[in-house]
Design a binder for this molecule. Structure first.
Ligand code: DC
Length: 229
């Protein structure tokens, strides 16, 4: 059950800025749950692509939304379509692009709001996405906005894909990242932007341990020390 008194750390930012790595590290340190909210939008895109032949009329989208739910598996919120855990199938670039397209719709965002909020329960939640600190969890105890240049983000994505044996074109990846940034930042409902008072971090020239250390230091100041290792 949702417990709005449980604490939240929000981490927002564009794709491939390192949000996932940072969020997981902070959640591990605190012993809290970890929510990657992008899974909800990717999950909807998955349903539309795999089960609805890519149709995006209102009725089909609504029916798709009805089938999504989050469930925790070892402190991470996984995305289910009906009884099927599709979390591991949601990583691709194409699905990310489709997700960004359905995410501009106010009706989709409104329907996914309670689903995400229901992920908050004790001892706490680290939530990453585009609007965690601005819309979904405005009460977050610490709000982080993580960014990096499009070029370095495309390079990271390229490395990830190469490591997985997928050949990608770096120039096209950079263009795709720029297009998605424009869509996510330019939409009317819950556009990507730093929440008021957010700790803005640029990961372009910083290592993950360095960023984790800065967030942990801020947490300590906010009275949320990490558990002993
Ligand atoms: O973080 P990601 O790449 O998994 O997100 C995929 C798309 O989903 C992103 O381009 C926009 C949308 N999204 C969103 O609108 N709000 C969120 N909180 C998370 C993702």
């Amino acid at each position: 059950m949702t417990d709005r008194t449980a604490p939240v750390v929000s981490i927002d930012g564009p794709g491939a800025s390192g949000k996932g790595t940072l969020a997981r590290a902070i959640a591990d340190r605190l012993g809290w749950d970890w929510l990657d909210s992008g899974l909800a939008y990717r999950g909807l895109a998955w349903v539309l692509v795999h089960e609805q032949d890519g149709r995006v009329d209102d009725e089909t989208v609504l029916a798709g939304l009805e089938r999504l739910r989050f469930e925790t598996v070892s402190r991470r919120w996984h995305l289910f379509v009906g009884d099927r855990d599709v979390t591991a199938e949601l990583g691709g670039e194409d699905l990310g692009d489709q997700a960004s397209r359905v995410a501009v719709r106010p009706d989709v965002r409104a329907r996914l709001l309670p689903l995400q909020r229901a992920c908050l329960k004790p001892p706490g939640l680290v939530a990453e996405g585009r609007d965690m600190g601005t819309v979904v969890f405005p009460e977050a105890r610490l709000k982080v906005f993580l960014t990096a240049s499009p070029e370095i983000r495309a390079e990271r994505r390229w490395r990830q894909l190469s490591a997985g044996g997928i050949h990608a074109n770096l120039y096209r990846l950079t263009e795709a990242i720029r297009t998605r940034d424009r869509r996510d930042c330019g939409r009317e409902t819950a556009p990507l932007r730093p929440a008021e008072g957010a700790l803005v971090l640029d990961s372009t020239e910083r290592t993950v341990p360095d960023l984790v250390a800065e967030v942990l230091a801020r947490l300590a100041t906010a009275g949320l020390p990490g558990r002993e290792e």
